[in-house]
Design a protein around this ligand. Structure first.
Ligand code: ZN
Ligand code: ZN
Ligand code: ZN
Length: 396
C-alpha cells in the first residue's frame, strides 16, 4: 500500500477532501481547539486521501481551526512524491511542506502553526492529535507546543467519519459484494478433507482476485472451533457432519468488507443433514440477526439494536452463549464508531455503517455467527451484503 491507492472503478472524488477539511476545521473551532494534528492513518486518509506509510519519520496534516488559514501536509522529503500526489494536494486544498533527514520536524510543525495562527507556538492553548499517533510524535509535539492542552482528534472527527457520504457507501457496497462472492465460492465446496488453513489461503487469494487491495482476516472455524469467535485457522481437517464459521474481510478502495456465514458440511447422505440441535440454534440466530437488522433506522439508539438481537437469543435460552457485542462501525477502519453494544446510547443517524453480527457459541461443541454490513438509511436498513442468510449445506 503506497501513495493514494484507489479502487479500480470506484474512488472518492478529489473535491470531497476540501469539503471534509472544511467540516473538520469548523468542528475543531467549535471544540475550542487551535488546531487538529493528524498523523498517518485513517484520519489522514479521510481528510486528505493520503494512505501514507506508517514511518518513524513524521508525516502530519496540520489543520488550524481559524477560517481561511493555510492547511499544510508536513512530510519527510523522501515521501514528497506520494504526499504531493494525494487528492487534497493535487486539488490545492493543502500545501505540502517537506523536511530533510537532518532537520527537526517538530520545529517545522511549530513554524507552520505559528504562520497559520499568527501566534507563537508556545502561545497555542489546545490541539487535538489523531488517536493512533505514535507516542514518540505526541511527546515531540508536546515539547514543541509547551502551553497546549492535548486531546484526541476522534472527539472532533468521529461525527464526520461515522456518517458516510455516497461515495463511501459505494465503496463499502462494492467491498461487501466482493466478499459475498468469495463466501459463495468457498461454500460451493469442496471442503471435506481440507484443513482450515487451506480454506483460509483460498479466502485470501479470492479476496484479492475480487478486487481487494488486501485480505485482513480469514477466520475458518470448523467443528468445535466454531464455538470460538476469533479462532485462528488451524491444521484441523474439515469433516462431514459439522459446521464451519467463515468470517472474512479486507479493504477495497480503502474501505472494509466484513462478512460471516456459517455452513454445515454434509457428506452427501441426506440422512445426516444438519444436527437437529445445530439447526435449532441456527434458526434462532438467523431470526435474531434479521430482527436486529430490521430495527435499524435513524434515531434508534445503537444499544437498542444490540438489545433486539440479545433479547431474541436469550428468549430461546441461549443468552449466556452470545458472548460479544452485536456489531461495530466500519469504513476506512475495520472496527470504528459506532459500536453496537449495551451502554452506547448514541442514536443511529443517516448513512452510519456498521456490522450486525450476533453469534451463539456452545463451548466444546459448536457455534454459529451471521454478519452483514448495514447502512442506516433514511427509512431503515440498507443491507450491503446480498449473500443468503439461510444455513448453507455444503455437500462434499
Ligand atoms: Zn470479530
Ligand atoms: Zn467479521
Ligand atoms: Zn465484524
Amino acid at each position: 500500500m503506497t501513495g493514494c491507492s484507489a479502487a479500480p472503478t470506484l474512488t472518492i472524488p478529489a473535491e470531497r477532501f476540501a469539503r471534509r477539511l472544511a467540516m473538520a476545521r469548523t468542528a475543531a473551532a467549535d471544540a475550542g481547539l487551535d488546531a487538529l494534528l493528524v498523523g498517518v492513518g485513517a484520519d489522514l486518509r479521510y481528510l486528505a486521501g493520503y494512505a501514507a506509510l506508517p514511518l518513524e519519520r513524521l508525516t502530519l496534516l496540520v489543520v488550524p481551526a481559524a477560517p481561511g488559514s493555510a492547511l499544510t501536509l508536513i512530510a519527510p522529503r523522501l515521501e514528497a512524491t506520494p504526499a504531493r500526489s494525494c487528492p487534497a494536494a493535487t486539488s490545492g486544498a493543502v500545501t505540502v511542506a517537506t523536511w530533510e533527514e537532518t532537520e527537526d520536524p517538530m520545529a517545522l510543525v511549530a513554524s507552520v502553526l505559528a504562520a497559520a495562527t499568527g501566534r507563537a507556538a508556545d502561545e497555542l492553548e489546545a490541539v487535538a492529535v489523531s488517536d493512533g499517533m505514535r507516542a514518540a510524535f505526541v511527546l515531540g509535539l508536546q515539547r514543541a507546543l509547551p502551553a497546549a492542552r492535548f486531546s484526541l482528534a476522534s472527539a472532533v472527527l468521529r461525527g464526520l467519519r461515522m456518517r458516510k457520504d455516497s461515495d463511501e457507501v459505494g465503496l463499502l457496497r462494492a467491498a461487501a459484494h466482493a466478499a459475498d462472492r468469495v463466501v459463495a465460492a468457498i461454500a460451493a465446496g469442496p471442503l471435506i478433507g481440507r484443513t482450515e488453513a487451506d480454506v483460509a489461503r483460498e479466502v485470501r487469494e479470492r479476496l484479492v482476485a475480487e478486487g481487494h487491495e488486501q485480505a485482513e482476516f480469514w477466520i475458518v472455524a470448523s467443528g468445535p472451533n466454531s464455538a470460538s469467535p476469533h479462532h485462528d485457522a488451524s491444521d484441523r481437517i474439515l469433516r462431514a457432519g459439522e459446521p464451519v464459521v467463515i468470517d472474512i474481510g479486507g479493504q477495497l478502495g480503502g474501505y472494509g468488507s466484513d462478512i460471516t456465514r456459517t455452513v454445515w458440511i454434509d457428506g452427501g447422505d441426506s440422512a445426516r443433514g444438519p444436527h437437529p440441535d445445530f439447526a435449532r440454534l441456527y434458526g434462532v440466530l438467523r431470526d435474531a440477526q434479521a430482527a436486529a437488522t430490521a430495527a435499524v433506522r435513524p434515531g434508534i439508539a445503537a444499544e437498542a439494536i444490540d438489545a433486539v438481537a440479545r433479547d431474541a437469543i436469550a428468549a430461546a435460552g441461549f443468552g449466556p452463549n452470545f458472548i460479544h457485542r452485536t456489531g461495530h462501525g466500519i469504513g476506512l477502519e475495520g472496527h470504528e464508531d459506532p459500536y453496537i453494544v449495551a451502554g452506547n446510547a448514541e442514536p443511529l443517524d443517516g448513512a452510519m455503517a456498521f456490522s450486525v453480527e450476533p453469534g451463539i457459541y456452545l463451548e466444546g461443541r459448536f457455534g454459529a455467527r451471521i454478519e452483514d454490513i448495514v447502512v442506516c438509511g433514511p427509512d431503515g436498513p440498507d443491507v450491503l451484503n446480498e449473500m443468503t442468510r439461510e444455513l448453507l449445506v455444503v455437500r462434499g
